[in-house]
Design a binder for this molecule. Sequence first.
Ligand code: SF4
Length: 436
Amino acid sequence: MMVEDAICSFCGCLCDDINVEVEENNVKRVRHACRLGSSKIMGHERIRSPMVRKDGELKEVSYQQAYERAAEILLAASKPLLYGWASTVCEAQKKGILLAEEVGGVLDSTATVCHGPSVIGIEEKGLPGATLGQVKNRADTIVFWGCNPAEAHPRHSLRYSSNACGRFTPEGRSAKRIIVVDVRETRTSKNADKQVIIQPGTDYEVISALRMLVAGKGDVVPDEVGGVAKKELASLAQMLLAAKFGAVFFGLGITHSRGRYKNIDNALSLVADLNSHTKFVIMPMRGHYNVGGIGQVLAWSSGYPMSVDFTRQAPYFNPGETAACDLLAKADTDAALIIAADPASNFPRKIVEELAKMPIIQIDPYENPTTLLADVVIPSAIAGVEAEGTAYRMDGLALRMRKLVNSSYPSDEEILDGILECVRSLRSAMRMQGGA
Ligand code: SF4
């Protein structure tokens, strides 16, 4: 059987033109996806069964036993952290928020260590955005700032940006001007018309200089900014002003360099300035396929897009205090539920050492370094391959992902439901005991 126009659930591009050949309920071949997407859809070695740590070793148990142990851990904790959520569907994220409210925990997503500064910058300034379809059909000037889609989002250029042929851009790459700003040469910059290499940590200064040049106040710009000659910056400003429709895509190179959310704030102001002269839009290059989704679901449920503390009877948000790494650094959390993420690989070492001190529940289809620290391991169906659900593309467009094959593993949503049910019955049993 051929499943046509399936959605790839790997990166924020959410390519929706994937053909998947299924034979006897197994994926045999994947067409149109890049190597990253193909390897996700084809799958690899899985966690076979739920496990609970006993006497220092993970022992196989039933799903029900794993749910019960997870509920015990969450209820015994005074401030559990529920972290991850970027590689699962919105339906599971919604259940996670219910669970966080029920146990009085803090829910944070992987955005906190990637595009968190973008989220804060956008909250302050607003986003002059567009859909990827608009960029494909209209953009004649594209800027990649601090991102390398050729490696991280391999089909972005062909489907939506530099090499895409759109309704008003039928000539494709030959009629577009591609600009890459980064601290080094990248695979993306090999396809650029103009490459600007800046000194690390000088994004804010370079953006400020461009804003002055765009505003016609070049006389206040020094001869060199961020290692780039004024002449070079002036020619870049001219290219931006000459655009009929420009799009800026930015990545972690700018969100995690010196200045952080202020860099994004300044980049948004540059785009606002450019809109006094021509049409320009800007968009973060979101990494995990549904990291945009957890921001949306949290925002419509609690009013905040990440790092939400549910311990105070009302949602509370203060990045720097309620983000996962902040809580762990201050030892202000005493248990963790990790879903669809691998903090043991991605957090700073000192933070991982803190994480290792507390009981951890892991929900994931695959074993990863976090599994070595976990006390309860619950294997799940792969969202977007073995379970259906909704995800938000990097431009904020919601897409419905179909199930491609059947699986004996429960979905993330079913697992969270199971834990939620155990939390409720354990709590009512504790109340009854207290009453007696
Ligand atoms: S670019 Fe991203 S969404 Fe598209 S096929 Fe590759 S990994 Fe999947």
